[in-house]
Ligand binder design. Structure first.
Ligand SMILES: C[S@@+](CC[C@H](N)C(=O)[O-])C[C@H]1O[C@@H](n2cnc3c(N)ncnc32)[C@H](O)[C@@H]1O
Length: 225
């Protein structure tokens, strides 16, 4: 999808009073996120509250950024959509929360990530990227993550399960297409793990949430030393 398409989607969502990107699926998405992050927290590997976090593709801030803020983390977020960033800023302010949200294209060769983070959370943004964009995204992450920091990747994975998605799936490139254009990268879990490893990370934990449409993986990773 192009920058403009994300921007248009957020303008429509905001105009319609949607709670977030997931719109009517927000309550379910929020519940899944809370369960997943609580499991990571219980396993003792999540950086401690107070740590400085960045959500990639933070949207209007109503998912991981909100969870992190409520759990005592310093919150930063980037998104390609100016409307999403304005919305996240307003929403945090209205809730009396502190968050720093900026427009950035995480697939650009050098994204504007001038700080270093203890925790980088991929807000289901990596799977929006295809081909070389993903390589640039990993470069940006390696640049912005502190040496001992944690990267959490939250990504669709596996194969499409619905007939209409199978018809639009390019199984050679592992891409779901929309209107004939690459839309999402949908890698089998083992290939996603291989990519993350090849990009210089060690995977400490993988959780997979099964859905009727495709599965969703959450992977906790560290930079390989
Ligand atoms: C699936 S949505 C998830 C949004 C949010 N994290 C949530 O959970 O509600 C993916 C987000 O990534 C953003 N995005 C897509 N491509 C991007 C890019 N190249 N750089 C930064 N953000 C991007 C979109 O605008 C969108 O907000």
């Amino acid at each position: 999808m192009t920058i403009n398409q994300y921007e248009q989607i957020y303008q429509t969502l905001k105009h319609q009073g949607a709670p977030a990107w997931t719109d009517k699926g927000y309550a379910r998405a929020w519940e899944n996120l809370c369960i997943t992050l609580a499991r990571i927290q219980d396993s003792g590997i999540l950086p401690a509250p107070g740590a400085i976090s960045l959500e990639l593709g933070c949207g209007n801030g109503a998912m991981a950024s909100l969870w992190l803020s409520r759990h005592g983390y310093q919150v930063y977020g980037v998104d390609i959509s100016p409307t999403a960033i304005g919305w996240a800023t307003e929403s945090f302010r209205a809730q009396g929360l502190e968050g720093h949200f900026n427009v950035a294209d995480i697939s650009a060769p050098v994204a504007l990530l001038s700080q270093h983070f203890d925790l980088i959370y991929d807000g289901s943004c990596l799977h929006c990227l295809t081909g070389e964009q993903r390589t640039h995204c990993f470069e940006n992450i390696r640049h912005a993550l502190k040496p001992e920091g944690m990267l959490i990747i939250s990504s669709m994975c596996g194969e499409p399960k619905r007939d209409e998605d199978r018809l639009n799936y390019d199984a050679e490139r592992f891409q779901l297409n929309k209107d004939g254009q690459p839309w999402r990268t949908l890698l089998p879990l083992d290939l996603l793990q291989e990519e993350i490893t090849a990009q210089g990370f060690v995977i400490a934990q993988t959780q997979v949430h099964e859905n009727p449409w495709w599965d969703h993986a959450t992977l906790c990773c560290y930079l390989r030393t």
